[in-house]
Structures are given as C-alpha cells and as structure tokens.
Design a protein around this ligand. Structure first.
Ligand code: UD1
Length: 375
C-alpha cells in the first residue's frame, strides 16, 4: 500500500510524526510531500531533525507571494493570495499523485496545505484521510474553518480527536466514516516529554537559559490571521504583553514579526519584562509551557499542549475548537479584551485534574491501522 502524507506548516510536522511512524511500522510505503508553505529553517527543517522524521520525499516550494522574504508580512494573510497558494498546491500535489499513483492521501489539521491536499485528492479520485477531522470554531472569519470544512467533505476517513469533533461530523452528515481516535498531538507530547525530541539543550532548561524562574513567567504567542490583520486588532494583544504583571516570553512567528514592523508597533515590545525570541524548537516550546505560570496564546496547538502539561491557558480568541479545555477549567477565552486578558493572567489557576478528553496518546497507531486496512 502506498500513501502520500501531505504537510506544509509547522503544526503538521508535529502531527505527522506519530502517524508516519505507525504507518511505516505496518509496512506501508509512505511518501511525505511538503508543500513548502513554511520554509524558514526554524519553522520547518528543524522539526524534521528534532522529531527524527525522515526528510520529506519532495518539497513543492509553494510559499505565499512573499515567500523567502521572512521578516516581511507579505500578502500571505490575505484572501486572494492564500487562494492562489492553494491553487498552486492543488496543481503541484496533483502532479505528484499522477506520478506516484498512491492508494490514499493523508492530510492533517486545517492549514492551506490541508485544503490543497484534500482538493488535489478529490480531483484525482484518490481517497483522502483527514487527521483532526470535525474541529469547528464556527467563526467564518478564520481561514482555518473553511479549510476544515472542505477537508472533511473531501475525505472518506475522518479521524476525530475528541467526542465533540465526532459529534460535529455526525451532525453534518458527511459521507466519510468517522473514527474517534484521540489527538495525535498527545502522542507527541508524551514522547517528547519522555525524551524523544532532540531539540532540548541537555542539562539547561529553556527557562533557565532565558533567566526565568519556573512558575514565574508566561509563554505568549500570537499569529492568527484574524489577530494580525490590522493594527487595531494586533495592538490590544501587544498591550496585554506590555501590561502583564510578570515576565513574558514571546517567540515571534514570522507573520507576526512582519506585521509588527509594518504597523510600527515595535515600541510596544520595548519593556524590561518582555523577552522577544525567535521561534523555538518543539521541545523547548513544550518545556517552556510546562514551566510557565500560564500560556497566553491564539494558537490551537498550544492550548492543548498547556492542558497536557497541566498549565492554565488564556486564549486570545472568543471561541475555541478545544472546548473541553475550557469546560474543565484549564482555559479562559478572552478575545482581544485587554482587561479580561490581564485579569485572566492574574487569576490563572489549574482546572479539574485527571480528565482525558483527547484519548490516551496512541492516536497515531489507531490511525495507521485504519488507513492500512482500507484500500
Ligand atoms: C499557518 C496556518 C495556521 C497555523 C500556522 C502555524 C493557514 C491558513 N494557516 O499560518 O492554521 O496555525 O500556520 O504556524 O494555513 N512565513 C515566513 N516564514 C515561514 C512561513 C511563513 O516568513 O517559514 C510568512 C509567509 O511568507 C507569510 C506569513 O508568514 O507572509 C504567513 O504564513 P502563512 O503560511 O500564510 O500562514 P501562517 O500564519 O504561518
């Protein structure tokens, strides 16, 4: 059996690991196709090294229009260009499908690369499996929401990470078969905390390296299109950073770095308690999250990672796909409300312990068995 796994953006390299390893353990011939969506070494190649993934078999090099000029916001966050990027991916993935003749495609999560892979498979008549199916924010402004809906509609195998995701898929009466397998990211967190990742500097914790006391700082990230689209939207989030009552570590995503410069918002970062750093390795991100008093973020992945390492999260959005983290008291949704965010940081406290809404950390194996069993 031959599979093409389509990845392209940072969180997908993480999600690929457990699925890829389990597929290979079952003897499946896997071809890893990188769309090129993320191209900076620190956003891409580093993850393959660190997570001990074989390098991609092919990279399509489909960047946003400003690809390669990191540090510039470019137009990657705007609709037309993202659509053009998706079209270039559909075309490129289609050519690889024609040459490699796979039995199936596997797509991950909700990025432009997920959309490109799902539509390329649909167009070529090759079945598609979607890992992390059924996530919904019900926020039509998020490009990711459209990507999820299209990928789920295009897939005949729908791998849900939570019971809630499976219920969304059931409610939409999609043609694909729904399998509740749990979250592949829990597999990775389990493995990395057990020492699998090679991205940690031995002996020195990332908090120590940055001179931060464990439990005495927050890990802060922001990159979503809807939060970085205008100075009016981004400014309050940087105000949260500036006014926060404790040290804040801010590993800056290239999109955010570009728009902060374009909007002239750099002065907001100029405060002694704010540590602006380059994007971190996966292991360092997890270890920093685990040592933080709270994680403050608009990332989907970090909300869950905070939950897995038992650290409260303040989410800079008004909705989340990972509703269980909120229901269990580990996550507060504050949107772009500065006072609400500062209050939530002050009040951050653990939620209910012991619940496992996202499975047991063996989702990759369950997915591989189901993929290998379908031709
Ligand atoms: C994408 C995903 C998002 C995911 C995030 C993780 C979509 C619609 N969004 O957002 O769901 O949470 O990845 O990081 O797919 N850039 C660089 N260097 C890079 C990558 C990007 O400079 O390595 C620049 C691009 O040129 C572009 C901007 O950053 O100008 C945004 O990149 P893009 O791929 O559009 O989306 P992300 O914001 O990374």
């Amino acid at each position: 059996m031959k599979i093409i796994s389509v990845v392209g953006a940072r969180p997908q390299f993480v999600k690929l690991r457990p699925v890829s390893r389990a597929l290979r353990a079952l003897g499946v011939d896997e071809f890893v196709l990188h769309t090129g969506q993320h191209y900076d070494a620190e956003m891409s190649a580093r993850f393959f090294d660190e997570l001990r993934l074989p390098p991609p078999d092919e990279n399509l090099g489909v960047h946003g229009p400003h690809g390669g000029q990191s540090g510039k916001s470019g137009q990657g966050g705007q609709g037309v260009d993202r659509a053009a990027q998706a079209v270039a991916m559909i075309d490129g993935i289609g050519r690889v499908i024609a040459r490699e003749r796979p039995d199936r495609l596997v797509v991950f999560g909700d990025t432009t690369s997920t959309l490109g892979g799902a539509l390329a498979g649909l167009r070529a008549g090759v079945p598609v499996a979607h890992v992390e199916a059924g996530m919904r924010s019900f926020n039509p402004e998020m490009p990711e929401e459209l990507n999820r809906i299209v990928a789920d509609r295009a897939s005949d195998l729908l791998f849900a990470a939570s019971a809630q995701a499976a219920r969304h898929l059931e409610a939409e009466r999609l043609p694909g078969a729904i399998h509740l397998v749990g979250d592949v990211m829990l597999d990775v967190v389990r493995e990395v905390l057990a020492g699998v990742g090679s991205g940690a500097s031995p002996g020195v914790s990332p908090a120590e390296r940055l001179g931060l006391a464990p439990g005495g700082f927050c890990l802060f990230t922001v990159h979503r299109a809807e939060n970085t689209a205008s100075p009016e939207r981004l400014r309050p989030l940087l105000e949260v950073l500036r006014r926060a009552p404790l040290p804040m570590v801010f590993p800056v995503h290239p999109r955010t770095r570009g728009v902060i410069a374009d909007f002239g918002l750099e002065p907001l970062l100029d405060a002694p308690h704010v540590r602006v750093v380059a994007p971190l390795s996966y292991t360092d991100t997890l270890r920093l999250a685990a040592a933080a008093r709270a994680v403050v973020t608009d990332s989907g992945g970090l909300q869950k990672e905070a939950f897995y390492v038992g650290v409260p999260c303040v989410t800079l959005r008004l909705e989340t796909e990972w509703t269980e983290t909120v229901d269990l008291g580990w996550n507060r949704l504050v949107g772009r409300d500065v006072e609400a965010a500062l209050g939530a940081i002050e009040a951050a406290a653990p939620g209910i312990a012991g619940a496992r809404p996202y499975g047991d950390g063996h989702a990759g194996e369950a997915i591989a068995r189901l993929v290998a069993g379908t031709r």
